[in-house]
Design a protein around this ligand. Sequence first.
Ligand code: JFZ
Length: 471
Amino acid sequence: MNFMKKQLVFVLCLFLTWVTVTAQAQEAIPLKYGAQRIGKRTDPAMQRWRDNRFGQFIHFGLYSIPGGYWKGKCYNGAAEWIKSGARIPNAEYEKLTEQMVLPEFDAREWARIAKNMGVKYSVITTKHHEGFCLWPSKYTDYTIANTPFGRDLLKEYVDAYTAEGIDVYFYFSIIDWNHKDWRGSVKSREDSLAFERFKTFTLNQVSELITNYPEVKGFWFDGTWDPSMVKSGSFTYDIEQRMHELKPDIICGSRLRVDEKGARHFDSNKNLMGDYEQGWERSLPDAALPNDWEAVMTIPENQWGYHSSWKGHIKNANELIEMIAKATSLDGNFVLNFGPKSDGSIRKEEQLLAKQIGGWMAKNGEAIYDCGMAKFKEQKWGYFTANPKTNALYMVVTNHPATGQLKVNVPQGTVIDQCIPLGSSAPLKLEKSTKNEYVIQAPKAKSNEIYVLKLTLKKGDSVGNYVAPKM
Ligand code: JFZ
């Protein structure tokens, strides 16, 4: 009897599991403000975003002036958060506008540094949480127009980067600590009325940016995690719609969107809202993802805006290059942040890194741009990338073997015809050891060098999983 009972309970459990699993699989939650598209975008604008692979981030605003210090005290939190960290009242913080003189600012110099680093796109903070606008917005006085500098910094940036052939993207914080109508949470009728006005203000500013800077390729939204946003229902959906009305092929990451049930990035049915997953902040995934994605990275541990004393671990060029390669090998984009100084120049440490990375990209960029995941598994020496257009396969070697031999496992039947280090014309010696393994005599690399080998497969063999969506 006892045994029978146990069996009955077991069968019942099984049945219940089956019921819940099938119910979950079948019933999508009806959503008005969920994902507007399922699956990857297949248009040329989005393919360009993918092919770019490597981008720059620029955090610049009033926070760049104190550079992490307030009244002589060092704040180790992110420098762009100093208003919050040091609890600076609005009236006092606003005075920073008087110090926005920017004697060394030259957008063309920023663009040259970016170009020489090898980035294909750049994202700039048009407005961070502090609310200060780098363009002369007609919807607020809190802008670059009302500083001693006075010029339209954003326009100079857009023009200079566009002239260098670098695509421009706008970071835009929904959180606006300076705007009287912004609310982190809506607790009263007054709050609710204010927040409605704030929504209109935000829509106006986003429209203004798209209209006045038609070169902009997309938006990088931030600051949608507050309760007011999570409960706002249609707000972020409305922004998305408005952007598409003004510029149908605009690109926007998932950090903007919140559905009516409060789900962020992915809606309540687990579908990505937006064009790519924008949740990779100072981290990279370890495996391929079903959607497009982008990682944003700081040079120090967690400083985006200028901080005059970087603490802790500062990344070196090879660490960053390895991340660029890893992102490419997993079909993702990598964006490296810069925090220009209060005089408008770019700090020496960042310039040096830009130069080092740029030197590497000039020689090896062929393994990054237009590339993505190869159909070969990751191996101890580093990362495979593949260019589906040219059918070339690349080995980005980040761990040079002490043996001087690179062992390459390939799927059965794959034939490697040739292996040449990028920047050289001499093929390396190739040995086929067993049916699925090749042994390559590695080039004599310095121990601190990341190098790339280009493999040519027997005609007809395909290199990639990375198949660009059909146009
Ligand atoms: C935000 C900002 O608060 C920060 O100042 C910086 O601009 C950064 C790029 O974006 O910070 C975030 C946003 C999202 C996460 C973490 C920090 N997140 O999703 O884990």
